[in-house]
Design a binder for this molecule. Structure first.
Ligand code: ATP
Ligand code: MG
Length: 393
């Protein structure tokens, strides 16, 4: 069946009052951007509080739907068959044809839900419901009407043309990118942080990212893996400005100076400090990490508290209550899992202690860090200067 239009449904709750235009404009802007990458010509329009995509030229329905499924703010996509209005008999014929092609198995209950956006249309909605329903029953006697809980809700909308649709594909939900500021994602090559970025972005937050690498202890391939993950997340979030920071000297200094069971936690604190610095320079209003309570030693509540205390920006940890399997399920859905499990070392795994502290005491950690004073400041400055910015599209 050839769909020429897609009706886009979005959450009502987000578009109350003054926000409505901001929300709709951001939604349409993002839709236009993702559709630019799909062959075909597309017009994204808003009429009477609804957003439509009109397709023309050579396009593939699945590709259009695939692109729209990456747009946060879309709750559902309804593929529409558009027919011109010539006479009511023609409309009956079109509706019957639609049902016939769309539902090869006719053992179904249905309800016709007709609406007249165009009030000059000669037939009233209630009459359309009855007459179109009658035409369907005549053509397919095995079908049954169920007005309360139909399997097929056949929408017939009279506009300039007539829109017929009954299917609805669930969208990603959330809010359009850019409607809720920007945050800095600490992106590693693991499973968790790409999912964390996706989840915060889903609430309308634009994402920048920072990756700490430690050459030669971490390879170019490990870095490329992070770029690839950013690319996958960027399908949903739009361009991600990825900052790659050389963290080697800081890591070595910590390794040489601090108790080894505290390495991870002190290293995490320096990552957070530098991430916050870059975040503030780039108008990010918060930090995002992929931490989840108890997942590893550095993610006990005590460790999280000690990591947290070095930041003044809010730190968003959208996976905080997720089990690993739940995180994996999302990562598979968004397409990052396959890349995340590639076996390239991450700078954290090289400098990990055999028995890291699980209940760090902030005072003890601060005291250990004091041993770094005098050298670490210059190393932090130097690390920030290594910032390599990659615009990941
Ligand atoms: P992930 O699967 O996201 O790598 P993880 O389970 O390996 O997470 P940790 O290594 O403790 O957990 O890291 C916790 C969080 O710290 C990560 O989710 C990420 O946000 C951030 N992080 C860790 N390593 C790096 C890094 N090299 N560069 C940037 N951020 C990092
Ligand atoms: Mg990791």
């Amino acid at each position: 069946m050839k769909y020429s239009t897609f009706l886009i449904k979005y959450a009502e709750i987000a578009i109350k009052g003054k926000n409505r235009y901001v929300f709709e404009d951001a939604l349409m802007h993002r839709m236009k951007l993702v559709l630019k990458r799909v062959p075909g010509d597309f017009a994204v329009t808003k009429t009477q509080g609804r957003v439509y995509v009109d397709c023309s030229g050579q396009y593939d329905t699945d590709e259009v739907i695939g692109a729209l499924l990456t747009v946060f703010g879309i709750n559902a996509i309804c593929p529409v068959v558009k027919v011109p209005y010539e006479s009511f008999d023609d409309l009956k014929r079109d509706v019957v044809k639609y049902v016939d092609e769309e539902y090869p198995d006719k053992n179904k209950t249905f309800k016709v839900f007709a609406r007249r956006a165009n009030k000059s249309f000669p037939v009233r909605s209630t009459d359309m419901n009855a007459d179109l329903g009658g035409a369907i029953l005549d053509a397919f006697p095995q079908m049954k009407v169920d007005v309360h809980d139909p399997e097929i809700m056949l929408n017939v909308e009279v506009r300039e043309d007539i829109f017929i649709y009954s299917r609805q594909i669930t969208g990603p939900g959330g809010m359009p990118i850019g409607t809720n500021g920007k945050a800095m994602l600490l992106l590693s090559g693991g499973i968790d942080s790409p999912v964390a970025g996706y989840m915060v972005a889903k609430r309308g937050v634009k994402i920048d990212a920072v990756y700490f690498h430690a050459p030669p202890y971490t390879s170019e391939r490990a870095k490329q893996k992070v770029v690839d993950l950013a690319k996958q997340v960027a399908k949903y979030t739009g361009t991600i400005c990825l900052h790659v920071i050389n963290f080697t000297d800081i890591q070595l200094a910590i390794y040489d100076t601090c108790p080894h069971d505290e390495l991870t936690i002190i290293m995490r604190r320096y990552m957070m400090r530098i991430a916050e610095h870059i975040a503030k320079e780039n108008d990010c209003l918060g930090l995002i990490t992929g931490e989840s309570i108890g997942q590893v030693a550095s993610q006990t509540i005590q460790s999280l508290a000690v990591t947290n205390e070095v930041c003044t920006l809010p730190v968003f940890r959208p996976l905080i209550g997720f089990d690993k399997q739940e995180i994996i399920t999302v990562s598979e859905k968004i397409g990052t899992f396959e890349t995340s499990i590639l076996p390239f070392e991450d700078c954290c795994t090289i400098f990990v202690a055999k028995h890291p502290v699980t209940r760090p005491n902030a005072k003890v950690i601060r005291r250990s860090e004091e041993k770094l004073y005098g050298t670490i400041e210059a190393l932090v400055e130097k690390a920030i200067e290594t910032d390599e910015v990659i615009n990941v599209i």
